[in-house]
Design a protein around this ligand. Structure first.
Ligand SMILES: CSCCC(=O)C(=O)COP(=O)(O)O
Ligand code: ZN
Length: 245
């Protein structure tokens, strides 16, 4: 059995090497990972390994052979395809693994994230929308030990940080948001996209989809004059009637 057989070959569609490729294809069709932008990293908790995409490749065309594999303990690459460099987002993914105990990270260049970063200041907020309930509050049920989701009556708050010339230059602001927003599962990068993390890739996929839905809705509300974080019933007084926005 070769090292590749151990690290990247599996018939299991849920194996990280397969899942990264499958999800990047899906995300390409959502316009989230086009033109080489965006990416996904998944931790294999059983083997304690990080799976990372190569940099600058068309993410929807990746195969398991293209992936980097890193030992989560030593941070040494167990597999590093000669043709490639690891994703430029690797330091940011590692920060999420190490500081947020993430099991996976999704990075997209969603236009909804970019638009929200152009409309809003240093925080994206939206309140009282059913889809918010798909997102974690950051609190844990003391009895069951399970994470508690946000309630319909809560306000989702996602920090927005400024973009930099290179991905690794985002690291200081990412660490700052970890301190200032200990409960957030996402950071929007202005004029760039969004990073979303969580305990498993299944959960992160749900978080990313829910946040993207909420960002898209917020843009529509904003265009209608409705602040996305306004209280229930307050929308009427903000509504711009007759708009074709
Ligand atoms: C046009 S993509 C610019 C780099 C970027 O923002 C990104 O998400 C992809 O970086 P990678 O090194 O993973 O290709
Ligand atoms: Zn990016």
């Amino acid at each position: 059995m070769s090292l590749d057989d151990v690290l990247i070959r599996s018939d299991d569609p849920h194996h990280p090497a397969n899942l990264i490729c499958t999800l990047c294809k899906q995300f390409f069709h959502n316009n989230w990972c086009t033109g080489t932008g965006g990416g996904i990293s998944i931790k294999d908790s059983e083997t304690n390994r990080y799976y990372l995409a190569p940099s600058g490749v068309q993410k929807e065309q990746m195969t398991p052979d293209d992936l980097f594999v890193m030992d989560a303990q030593t941070l040494e690459y167990l597999r590093a395809p000669e043709l490639y460099r690891p994703s430029a987002c690797t330091p940011l993914f590692l920060a999420c693994y190490q500081k947020k105990d993430a099991g996976a990270i999704i990075h997209t260049h969603s236009q909804n994230a970019v638009m929200c970063s152009l409309i809003f200041g240093d925080e994206f907020r939206i309140a009282n929308i059913e889809q918010i309930k798909a997102l974690p509050s950051g609190e844990v049920d003391p009895v069951t030990g399970k994470p508690i989701a946000l309630s319909f009556f809560d306000t989702l708050k996602i920090p927005i940080i400024e973009n930099m010339a290179h991905e690794d230059e985002l690291i200081d602001d990412l660490h700052k948001t970890f301190a200032e927003y200990p409960d957030t599962c996402a950071v929007i990068v202005r004029r760039h996209g969004i990073f979303v993390w969580g305990p498993t890739i299944d959960k992160v996929k749900i978080f990313n989809e829910a946040i993207d839905y909420l960002m898209e809705l917020a843009i529509k509300m904003y265009k209608m004059g409705i602040p996305p974080d306004c209280g229930i019933g307050e929308e009427k007084k903000h509504l711009v009637r007759g708009t074709d926005a």
